[in-house]
Design a protein around this ligand. Structure first.
Ligand SMILES: [Zn+2]
Length: 126
């Protein structure tokens, strides 16, 4: 087994801070979407009662709703990655590629602290 890379404690602390900030802002974004969605849902319920579901307003709303949903999905995906990265920080496995177990270059971690794969593995997935 290859020797584990030891990241300096100060580096780990910096990534932990970055990830915690990211987690908080994502939670806020998702909560905002949640609130918006319940408004849309109320509006949709009102629209169902009206006899004109094909109205321009209705389709514009559906489009907005779809757009929101994809942003939301994206935020949730990233939040999941952020949280598992925080868990890895606690376990001491942070910075290792989840696929090949090689250390992820610090430059990549700096650009994307929540990443769990090295460039090679992330690239070959596509
Ligand atoms: Zn890898």
């Amino acid at each position: 087994m290859a020797a584990r890379r030891q990241l300096a404690q100060s580096t780990l602390d910096r990534f932990r801070r970055l990830l915690q900030e990211k987690e908080q802002s994502l939670v806020a974004v998702i909560a905002a979407h949640e609130a918006e969605r319940s408004q849309v849902r109320m509006a949709e319920t009102a629209a169902e009662r009206s006899p004109d579901p094909e109205s321009a307003d209705g389709s514009a709303m559906a489009y907005e709703f779809e757009k929101e949903r994809s942003v939301d999905r994206n935020s949730r995906d990233i939040l999941g990655e952020v949280r598992s990265a925080l868990k890895e920080l606690e376990n001491g496995t942070y910075g290792d590629c989840r696929v090949c177990r090689k250390p992820i270059p610090v430059a990549r971690l700096r650009a994307r602290p929540h990443t769990s794969q090295c460039i090679e593995c992330a690239g070959s997935r596509r």
